[in-house]
Design a protein around this ligand. Structure first.
Ligand code: MLT
Ligand code: MN
Ligand code: ZN
Length: 309
């Protein structure tokens, strides 16, 4: 199975269009240790011909242009795409807006939780993806789903599970507990190659660690995990927005409730932070924070990273 990191940044990407923080300034000026990042998404394939996308970022067009495997090949018909399916971990703008770049009457399947399908259905702009060409397939929590699209079996199985999170920003109800979030609004995926049995986990958003996640991820061969913020207050401290990591539905890397601590005893073979916000000091390869995460055995995803599993 091949896994390609199309994008490793959080919503807004790196640099973010309107952000003048120290990190965004540094990456704009090509400072050593800083790498631009598009908004997070993975492409997965068992044959390098047909691909599943994990989330469709607003940067998808650029990501496809940079990834020759995702372009139609000379042998294809006049309209074609190697992308046969998209699976969504939630309904956030940075995970669904790329679907709009996939219009043009091309068949593929979309896999998502019921409430995400409903959110797409409630917004007429997504009807540009014609239902007879682009079926929206409902994922059931903890139920295995074989992945296919455009009549092609991708040889992949998806196991969606609920992780602590927050409903998409544009659906927040400020009068309801946790803004109206329900179980299943944020998914983690276990993705398995049905032939080889090899698997990995994709969890780009997670508000809190718990025992069920510990049990699930123990000794996993590969986990991509929420690396949005290093510190709970870093966006406030940098004067960006007045929100903590918890308020945004992202656990932090640092601290007693952070992901560094949570993964300490899990013996995960390869662990990679993804969905990094532009405020995260670990984005600087020469920072103290980057040294801390790498000393703990983590990698910080960069766009274009390719893994064979
Ligand atoms: C998030 O990851 O918290 C969201 O992408 C925020 C947003 O919608 O801008
Ligand atoms: Mn996001
Ligand atoms: Zn910034």
């Amino acid at each position: 199975m091949w896994i390609k990191v199309l994008g490793s940044g959080a919503g807004g990407g790196f640099p973010q269009w309107n952000c003048n923080c120290a990190n965004c300034q540094a990456v704009r000026s090509h400072a050593p240790g800083f790498y631009p990042r598009t908004q997070s998404s993975l492409a997965v394939s068992t044959d390098r011909l047909n691909w599943l996308l994990l989330n469709a970022s607003p940067d998808l067009r650029e990501q496809i242009a940079k990834t020759p495997q995702l372009a139609p090949s000379h042998a294809d018909c006049v309209r074609a795409s190697p992308i046969k399916a998209v699976a969504l971990t939630n309904g956030d703008v940075d995970h669904v807006a790329g679907l709009l770049s996939m219009r043009e009457a091309q068949p593929f399947s979309v896999y998502a939780a019921r409430r995400v399908i409903d959110a797409l259905g409630a917004n007429p702009i997504f009807s540009i993806l014609q239902p007879q060409l682009v079926p929206l397939v409902e994922l059931q929590l903890d139920k295995r789903q074989e992945v296919s699209g455009a009549q092609i079996d991708l040889g992949l199985e998806l196991l969606p599970f609920s992780v602590p999170g927050k409903i998409a920003l544009y659906l927040e109800n400020k009068h309801a507990p946790n803004f109206g979030t329900q179980a299943g609004d944020t998914l983690g995926f276990k993705i398995t190659n049905t032939k080889s049995g090899k698997f990995f986990y994709y969890i780009p958003g997670c508000a809190q660690f718990n025992q069920s996640l510990s049990d699930r991820l123990h000794e996993a061969p590969l986990v991509f995990f929420d690396g949005t913020l290093f510190h709970e207050n870093e966006m406030i401290d940098q004067g960006l927005i007045g929100k903590t990591g918890s308020r945004m539905g992202h656990m932090n890397i640092d601290g007693p409730d952070g992901s560094l601590k949570a993964f300490e005893k899990l013996n995960v073979v390869r662990k990679i932070y993804i969905h990094l916000n532009n405020s995260n000091p670990a984005l600087n390869d020469f920072s103290r924070e980057h040294a801390i995460v790498t000393a703990a055995g983590w990698e910080v995803a960069k766009d274009g990273l390719e893994i064979e599993l």
